[in-house]
Design a protein around this ligand. Sequence first.
Ligand code: F6P
Length: 546
Amino acid sequence: MSTQTPIPPLRERAAWAALSDHFAEVSTRHLRELFDADATRGERLVAEGAGLFLDYSKNRVTEETIALLLALAEQSGLAERTAAMFAGERINVSEDRAVLHVALRMPQGTTLIVDGRDVVAEVHEVRHRMAALADRIRAGEWLGHTDRPIRNVVNIGIGGSDLGPVMAYEALRHYSARELTMRFVSNVDATDFVEATRDLDPAETMFIVSSKTFTTLETMTNARSARDWSLAALGDESAIAKHFVAVSTNAEKVAEFGIDTANMFGFWEWVGGRYSMDSAIGLSTMIAIGPENFDDMLAGFHAMDEHFRDTPLQRNLPALLGLLAVWYGDFFGAQTVGVMPYEQYLKRFPAYLQQLTMESNGKHVTLQGRHVDYQTGAIFWGEPGTNGQHSFYQLIHQGTKLIPVDLIGFGRSRNPLGDHHDLLMSNVFAQAEALAFGKTEAEVRAEGTAEAVVPHRVMEGNRPTNVILCEELTPYALGTLVALYEHSVFTQGVIWDIDSFDQWGVELGKALAQRIIPELESATEPELAHDSSTNALIRRYRAMRA
Ligand code: F6P
């Protein structure tokens, strides 16, 4: 268990009460008014760190709000909990585990002793083995069973063993070895595997079976199909050693599956699945972009780790982002947060963030196991800009729900082409402006709008945004961006006093599925003892599949 002293329940912290009073006053104020009252607001309510710039001036806050949120962070023990995480204390209390993804990006030569072992040295030892494999594949020197070089790499994994690798591959495609074909299989729906492999030659294909536990139904099912697919073409069990590697914490299960543990890349129980893209789970990323670029990505993660750990809260990007999420969720009652990267390469970033944020903070009890009496994790969602503008932005602009939005933009495109990038970025600034200030009745009338249409064209504004800017989407920048959200999630979890690092909620569905599988597959009519709806659905499915 963590040695941290318990903090008072959220509603009993002085800053929470002060924020509740303060909310009544600030919630009636419009961003137009806040900007009119302070000509320098847009230059002052900003923060910078690890190469990222955050403009949070278009939030429904005053400086008093920020001061109170910072006080809340202090009274919630954010500094102590952060120190505990970095020191390797067992802050994941329900699983009694340390939470040390920050150790995955600590530079070589630094030391962090946990349970008598230098975890940084262990991390770098695995990284060197990963780099040796990546270099051989990239150089065409890793030969398959028939002596042909590996040209296709298929990562099989799900959740944290898939979303990070896919996201990073898409985000850093510009840096990837284009002669290699990278594919990702996650869904137990056979279509995923079949479509991902249909044009691949088994003689040139390597599978990376990525699973922390090496027991996940989807991944093990896909891994078995991959083995059958390879053996059907290569014909010989000895082919497995040249076409399969594993990334896991579970050597026993890896060996049981038939993968030589010499071809296994390990990580540790203190790396949560959704925090693992920079562990050996990132093997596919490293193969795609090369070990040096992978190291740059880790340097970006590390820079944001240091920024988060060492920067005073009022200039601390992840802390500010996390506190603003709490402000909207718990005081304004906002249910969701939109994250819109204005960068096509980040198209899978919202999907990645969904697991990071929602599996982490979708919790209903405190660390002490008491039911919370406040809102916890928001629903995160998003699409790359400008696509979202032509589908769901209407609801953000004129709907009845308050949706805080993060808009992420870059100074330079990886693919400069005419004026595309200026057009793209003009939309970042325009959306933030339109959401904040809208258009008044008077402005609509002044445009000569017919009276009956005036209410339809009024934009109330007062919709909050954060604008996050970065020079260029490099591996380093990607690392900073992911770590920004990791630590924002952590900040929120500390305020809510929840365990952001377990995921018990997904277990029940998995257990029930295990019970239902034989009921679907049995040759004779099974005795069903579920509720009447589940029983009827199983019977109907059995009739349909027959
Ligand atoms: O089902 C949830 C989960 O446990 C995630 O937390 C995890 O990322 C995913 O399953 C995959 O788990 P594994 O890497 O053990 O296959």
